[in-house]
Design a binder for this molecule. Structure first.
Ligand SMILES: [Zn+2]
Length: 90
């Protein structure tokens, strides 16, 4: 019984194909799928989208993520309260 041999070969053939597809990324600007490797504008699809992204940052249209060091006293009180509640449960 060697009828499975071809199937295994087929399986691994598809696996390497799937790995190749993982290097395809979606352009954060236009959502178009673009190859990650051999792409000087990555993760963008083109120079146009790269420039658009830089322009968006300059316009501050993106909200900058808050850093952990910027937590207020009220935030810490909430965190400590939640942690305390969890300990009471056990
Ligand atoms: Zn794009």
């Amino acid at each position: 019984m060697t009828s499975n041999a071809g199937g295994i070969q087929y399986f691994y053939g598809n696996l390497s194909l799937a790995t190749k597809f993982m290097t395809v990324v979606k352009c954060p600007i236009c959502g178009r799928e673009t190859e990650f490797e051999n792409n000087e504008f990555r993760p963008f699809c083109s120079e146009r989208c790269k420039i658009l992204d830089l322009g968006s940052w300059a316009d501050e249209s993106y909200a900058l993520p808050a850093e952990a060091g910027e937590l207020t006293e009220a935030d810490w009180e909430t965190i400590e309260k939640v942690l305390g509640d969890n300990q009471e449960d056990s």
